[in-house]
Design a protein around this ligand. Structure first.
Ligand code: SF4
Length: 384
């Protein structure tokens, strides 16, 4: 399967915790962005003719793609379609919306462009918390966006929440999840807040003006999973929950180490055995496009045998499917039985046929299991 990710870097306001490639600029930058992304895609089609015709899933993310005006959204998809992306026959076409720019007109344009799935960042329904993390929408705007999206026939809708926010209680988070799962959604994601010290929130925490109660992380995650399971949402990846058949095909391809192309500032791709990303920030990316795509401005990371193995272990354990031992065997590696048993006996890992997957609190200790399995597979000499 081949995925395509297009990054739209604009946001109306930069959230206090944001460490993504996002920029707040006047709207007239949108046209320049569309020109640049058009050049980037044209360069790719010149050097890789026919590849875009093979795209199966498209994900337009950000930033805030829905900040583009309706005619700009249409223009972006026109660029993709003219370059050969089969917009009408994709297996999945997702566009990210933010509540404050989620309106009927933009949605109608997106639908005309073949978008069949929308992912919306709600984060929380608590207005005070939204303020505290610097989001630009309020609780009512989030609810109105969900009403609008879930009323569109044939549209798959996914919504994101955050947990372990400063000042958030367990009851508050579970209340958010309950409220969100009352909407007729097929997919919910929830993510624990990760504080980057270089963000405004990180700075406030370092100054002691704000704090996060780390002890709440595990109970929030555990009880959140339980609540969603009771409402028909199955965890198919550590932070992603879907009703049967509503899993994100595009994201599953990432976790299965499938190939995906990427355009836009800071967009990450994996193609021909190489992981790559374009310059993170808007200005260096513009420079990269305007200077004729010099290779030395791209971050290129060819994936060798050991890196492939590390990725397989790390990405597989994130998913419900778990690690395929037959695939490991094909790569000439076996996990020593004592390593498997150690985690099985602790009740954190389960073996079913050829699959090894996390169970129970294993999901909370994923990093430790991954590290242990990985070190058992890779000779120490290769790690130096
Ligand atoms: S909406 Fe997302 S990308 Fe934009 S500033 Fe907020 S966290 Fe960053």
């Amino acid at each position: 399967m081949l995925g395509l990710y297009v990054h739209v870097p604009f946001c109306g306001k930069i959230c206090d915790y944001c460490d993504f490639s996002a920029i707040k600029v006047p709207n007239y930058f949108h046209l320049e962005y569309l020109d640049l992304v058009n050049c980037e895609i044209a360069h790719f089609t010149d050097t890789h003719p026919g590849v875009l015709n093979r795209v199966d899933t498209l994900y337009v993310g950000g930033g805030t793609p829905s900040l583009l005006l309706p005619e700009e959204i249409s223009c972006l998809y026109e660029i993709l379609g003219s370059a050969g992306v089969p917009l009408r026959t994709l297996r999945e076409s997702t566009m990210e919306f933010n509540p404050e720019s989620c309106d009927a007109e933009r949605l109608a344009v997106a639908r005309e462009c073949g978008v069949d799935r929308v992912s919306i960042g709600i984060q929380t329904f608590d207005g005070a918390l939204l303020n505290r993390i610097g989001r630009s929408h309020d609780a009512g705007t989030g609810e109105a966006a969900l009403e609008l999206l879930t009323g569109v026939s044939g549209l798959r809708v996914s919504a994101d929440l955050m947990f372990n926010l400063p000042g958030q209680t367990l009851d508050n988070f579970l209340g958010d999840l309950r409220h969100l799962s009352d909407y007729p959604l097929g997919h919910i994601s929830f993510y624990g807040l990760k504080v980057d010290p270089h963000t405004r929130l990180g700075y406030r925490i370092a100054q002691g003006k704000e704090s996060v109660d780390e002890d709440l992380y595990a109970p929030m995650y555990r009880q959140g999973v339980e609540l969603l399971a009771g409402r028909g949402f199955d965890r198919y990846e550590t932070s992603n929950f879907a009703k049967r058949g509503d899993e994100s095909l595009h994201n599953l391809n990432y976790w299965r180490r499938g190939e995906y192309l990427a355009f836009g500032p800071g967009a990450h791709g994996f193609f021909g055995g190489v992981r790559y990303h374009t310059p993170e920030k808007y200005a260096p990316w513009r420079n990269y496009v305007k200077s004729g795509f010099p290779q030395d401005m791209l971050m290129l990371d060819p994936i060798g045998k050991d890196e492939a193995l590390a990725e397989l272990v790390q990405l597989s354990f994130r998913t419900r499917e778990g690690l395929d031992l037959a695939e490991l065997h094909e790569m000439g590696r076996e996990i020593p039985e004592k390593v498997v048993l150690k985690w099985v006996e602790k009740g954190l890992l389960e073996r079913a046929g050829n699959r090894l997957s996390l169970v129970g609190d294993g999901w909370l200790f994923m990093d430790r299991v991954v590290e242990d399995v990985f070190l058992a597979l890779i000779p120490y000499s290769n790690l130096e």
